[in-house]
Design a protein around this ligand. Structure first.
Ligand SMILES: N[C@@H](CCC(=O)N[C@@H](CS)C(=O)NCC(=O)O)C(=O)O
Length: 215
C-alpha cells in the first residue's frame, strides 16, 4: 500500500482544513504541493487526478476524493475511532450541520471577500460583503455561547474545518471584537495538532490579500 497523498496548497483554507483533520485523527499523509498561484492545478497530470482541479484532493491507494469536509469525514471513518466524528447519530448530525454551515455559509462568505481581491484586481471590501460575513460570525458566536467546541462539548472535525476558514480571514485583519465566544474558542484551538502549520499558511494567505487592499 502506498502512502496516502494529499494534494495541498497551504494558502487554501479548505486544503488546510483537510490537513488539520488528518492531524487530529492522526493519519500520516504525504503532502504534494499544488501551487495555485502558478496554476499547477491545471496541469495535465493533476487534471487526470481531479478534473475539477481543486485542492485539497486525497489519493488513498488510488481512491481519489476531493471536497475538504468529505475528506475529513472519510479519514475519520476509515482511520479514526469515533472520537472526532461521533457514531452517535444525533452527535454526528450536529457535527455535519456545522460542517455544512462552514461549507455553505462561512467559507463562501470569506471567499466572496478574498477571491476578487486576490484574483480580479478588486482593492476594497464592499459593505454588503462585510455585513454578510459578520452576520455569519454572529451565528458561530451563538453556537459557541453554549458549548466549548463548535458542535458540542467535544472537539470534532467541524472545529478543524471552521478553524481553517476563520484563521484565513483573521489573518486578513478581520475585527472579531464583537464575538467573544469565537475569541475564547480560537484560544482553545491553539492546542489542536497542526495548529502552527495551519497558521503559517493562513499568514501567507492574509499577507497576499492585504497587499492588494487599498488603505
Ligand atoms: N468546497 C471545496 C472548495 C475547494 C476550493 O475552492 N479550492 C480552491 C482553493 S481554496 C482551488 O483549488 N481553486 C483552484 C481551482 O478551482 O482551479 C472544498 O472544501 O474542498
Amino acid at each position: 500500500m502506498s502512502a496516502i497523498k494529499l494534494y495541498h496548497f497551504p494558502l487554501s483554507a479548505p486544503s488546510r482544513g483537510a490537513l488539520l483533520a488528518a492531524k487530529l485523527i492522526n493519519v500520516p499523509l504525504e503532502t504534494v504541493i499544488v501551487d495555485l498561484f502558478k496554476k499547477e492545478q491545471l496541469s495535465e497530470s493533476f487534471l487526470r487526478i481531479n478534473p475539477q482541479h481543486c485542492v485539497p484532493t486525497l489519493d488513498d491507494d488510488g481512491f481519489i476524493l476531493w471536497e475538504s469536509r468529505a475528506i475529513a469525514c472519510y479519514l475519520a471513518e476509515r482511520y479514526g475511532d469515533d472520537k472526532y466524528y461521533p457514531k452517535d447519530i444525533r452527535k454526528r448530525a450536529l457535527v455535519n450541520q456545522r460542517l455544512y454551515f462552514d461549507s455553505s455559509f462561512l467559507y463562501p462568505r470569506i471567499r466572496a471577500i478574498c477571491h476578487p481581491i486576490l484574483f480580479s484586481g478588486i482593492t476594497e471590501i464592499k459593505e454588503s460583503l462585510k455585513i454578510d460575513l459578520n452576520s455569519t460570525l454572529g451565528f458561530l458566536d451563538q453556537f459557541l455561547a453554549n458549548s466549548k467546541w463548535v458542535a458540542g462539548d467535544e472537539l470534532s472535525i467541524a472545529d478543524t474545518a471552521i478553524l481553517a476558514s476563520m484563521t484565513s480571514i483573521l489573518e486578513v485583519g478581520w475585527d472579531i471584537s464583537a464575538f467573544p465566544n469565537i475569541q475564547r474558542w480560537l484560544n482553545d484551538c491553539t492546542s489542536i495538532p497542526g495548529y502552527e502549520e495551519n497558521m503559517e499558511g493562513a499568514r501567507l494567505f492574509g499577507a497576499a490579500v492585504r497587499k492588494n487592499i487599498k488603505t
